[in-house]
Design a protein. Structure first.
Length: 216
């Protein structure tokens, strides 16, 4: 809401100074009109940038405590070849193919600190990618690998901006939280939960518990 409000204010002032510029030019005051036009363009640029950042932040989900982020169900379709069904809390379902013995989901976290945290800004997260790997190191180096993006490319990367501006904006922290690699097994179902400190994957059925229990 803060970014949306700031964007609207900048856009309104941009339009106001543009109107001032047109008024000055109509009266032959070209220098004053040019100055107002330049400031109007500056505010329009700020509004555009903040709008793009705000649009990116809308792809993140608010996080106030540990909560379910994803359910992962696996089905074996071949040797070290699995079909993964991802179900998000809203009921959306996506299917991906994974190669290897283990899987992992990665997420980006935007964590507020200090004054921003006291003002009620919540940690935000977004699941980034799903990948598989082989337990054998030699095979991991040579065999085909699978990595799937869980979000579309973005025009402005708010997480990267936060990471780069950490020195200048000390009240926000950009974290990359990822679950540990979890073994894949036919019929196994896991729940991925996210907390302000990162991700954790827990088995939901017997096949998953057996797979984790015998994992070395």
């Amino acid at each position: 809401m803060f970014i949306l409000s700031a964007t609207i204010v900048c856009a309104l002032f941009s339009a106001l100074f543009f109107a001032f510029a047109m008024q000055r030019w109509s009266r032959g005051r070209f220098f004053a009109g040019g100055a107002h036009l330049l400031f109007s363009m500056f505010l329009a640029g700020v509004a555009t940038f903040m709008g793009l950042v705000g649009g990116t932040l809308m792809t993140y989900s608010r996080l106030t405590h540990e909560q379910p982020a994803l359910e992962v169900s696996l089905k074996r379709v071949g040797d070290q070849h699995f079909q993964a069904k991802l179900t998000d809390p809203s009921g959306g379902v996506r299917d991906f193919e994974l190669l290897g013995d283990e899987w992992q989901v990665d997420a980006r976290l935007l964590k507020w600190k200090g004054t921003a945290a006291l003002l009620g800004f919540d940690t935000a997260y977004r699941l980034e990618r799903l990948s598989g790997r082989y337990s054998d190191i030699a095979k991991e180096k040579s065999a085909p690998r699978t990595v799937h993006a869980l979000v579309a490319p973005e025009t402005v990367d708010a997480w990267e901006l936060a990471r780069r501006a950490k020195v200048y904006v000390p009240w926000i922290d950009a974290l990359y939280g990822s679950s540990t690699f979890v073994p894949m097994a036919d019929g196994a179902t896991y729940q991925v939960s996210v907390s302000p400190s990162g991700l954790v994957a827990r088995p939901l059925n017997q096949a998953a518990r057996e797979s984790v229990g015998g994992w070395r």
